[in-house]
Design a protein around this ligand. Structure first.
Ligand code: GLU
Length: 264
């Protein structure tokens, strides 16, 4: 009798461990979890028109938002299953790895350092860093930035570029594109070094500024997922979605919608 009770106890224990593991795994698998709750939470920029910004109605819009909607639609069958969260250039990697968001579609360039802490999809867009000044500025090339006051956004790839290519520039860090543009407008800085794609968004809404023709880098924008193995399937699905969007011409349509004149 004692042995039977022990045996039943062991069986029960094994059953509970098995269930626990199975349910535990299911809960942690990012794709299974998204399907179960019918929701994907995606981090986008909200200060980076036309990639991610808040429109006059208070809705988050832009190139990256359309990419995020299409990814959600291709994975869950409905773009309304997307929940958008604003992330900043400084916070986005922490927001992803702390599970505040499932994915980042945040004008984010692939770099070796970042690839140590997140997993990047196939790129969906190529930008290039450029200089923006006032129309009447004497700055015409990167070398003119030495000794000038130059703005960059903290946590972006332009910080390294400016430090490498114009080491004698007086640097001014800002947290958002709103902030950096105010500095340029008020002549507190002479130029901004940033992705042409986002500088272009500032030009859309403001007269009296220009983007110089030269590009100093190639920025491959990609979707970021977590590196843990629970995110493997979600990562595969994101790559599939990007490939489908490329094949169906959806990415080109999104480009034509948001940045019609940048690549003409
Ligand atoms: N593409 C640049 C980067 O990944 C700029 C992105 C941004 O301004 O958020 O650093």
């Amino acid at each position: 009798m004692k042995n039977l009770t022990l045996f039943t106890g062991c069986l029960l224990f094994c059953f509970l461990v098995f269930c626990g593991c199975t349910f535990g795994e299911k809960k942690e698998n990012a794709l299974t979890h998204a399907i179960l709750i019918n929701k994907i939470t995606i981090g986008v920029k909200c200060d980076s028109k036309p990639f991610g910004f808040i429109d006059n109605q208070g809705n988050i819009q832009g190139f990256d938002v359309d990419i995020a909607k299409n990814i959600t639609n291709l994975i869950l069958g409905d773009e309304n299953s997307l929940e958008l969260v604003c992330v900043s250039a400084q916070s986005r990697i922490a927001d992803l790895n702390s599970k505040k968001v499932d994915l980042l579609v945040a004008a984010m360039s692939i770099t070796d350092n970042r690839a140590n802490v997140v997993r990047f999809s196939t790129p969906y867009y190529i930008a290039g860093q450029a200089i923006m000044t006032k129309n009447n500025s004497k700055i015409a090339a990167l070398s003119d930035l030495n000794k000038a006051n130059v703005g960059f956004i903290l946590g972006t790839t332009s910080e390294r570029t400016i430090r490498n290519l114009a080491p004698a520039a007086n640097l001014r860090a800002s947290k958002t594109y709103f902030e950096i543009f105010e500095l340029l407008k008020d002549d507190e800085i002479d130029a901004i070094l940033a992705d042409d794609s986002i500088l272009y968004g500032i030009l859309m809404d403001n007269n009296g500024y220009k983007i110089l023709p030269k590009r100093y880098t190639r920025e491959y924008y990609a979707v970021a997922t977590r590196q843990n193995k629970e995110s493997n399937e979600l990562f595969e699905e994101v790559n599939n979605a990007i490939n489908i969007m490329q094949q169906r011409g959806i990415i080109n349509e999104i480009k034509a919608k948001w940045i019609p004149n940048l690549h003409s």
